[in-house]
Design a binder for this molecule. Structure first.
Ligand SMILES: [Zn+2]
Length: 138
């Protein structure tokens, strides 16, 4: 798997994700325990925290939903955070990996590698042999 070193703007993205979590943290009623941040290719950043519920939504979903709602379609990098996680980084769940692969197959994801180092990887490497929608033409 190809990995990339974190840039200054990646560290800023992590800080923004931790900040939105700190401002909205709730481990009781609403279970807001993960903060997410997505940077678009134009440099704009959108934030989110996970939302609890029967199905729930991960912080990555909320962040990309905010970006899409604002009209964004080109995404560069995403991160999910928890202040107690190793390096404060939370890897995307399988559902988020599939969603990211669909919306932005070239997005990079910040997470910890096998050695515990903070790195950036391509989402396609997190989901080998991914499901792709079958398009049937008439
Ligand atoms: Zn998820």
């Amino acid at each position: 798997m190809k990995t990339y070193s974190l840039t200054q703007s990646d560290h800023e993205l992590i800080s923004m994700a931790l900040d939105v979590l700190e401002r909205n943290f709730d481990d009781g009623v609403y279970n807001h325990t993960v903060g997410g941040a997505i940077r678009c290719k134009n440099g704009k950043v959108y934030l989110g925290v996970n939302c609890d519920g029967i199905h729930g939504s991960c912080a990555e979903y909320i962040a990309i939903g905010a970006a899409i709602t604002a009209g964004e379609r080109d995404f560069d990098t995403i991160v999910a955070t928890h202040d107690k996680a190793h390096n404060c980084l939370v890897p995307p769940c399988g559902n988020c990996r599939q969603m990211l692969f669909k919306y932005c197959p070239d997005i990079k994801v910040i997470l910890n590698d096998e050695k515990g180092n903070s790195v950036k990887v391509e989402v396609k490497d997190l989901l080998p042999l991914a499901y792709k929608r079958i398009v049937v033409s008439d």
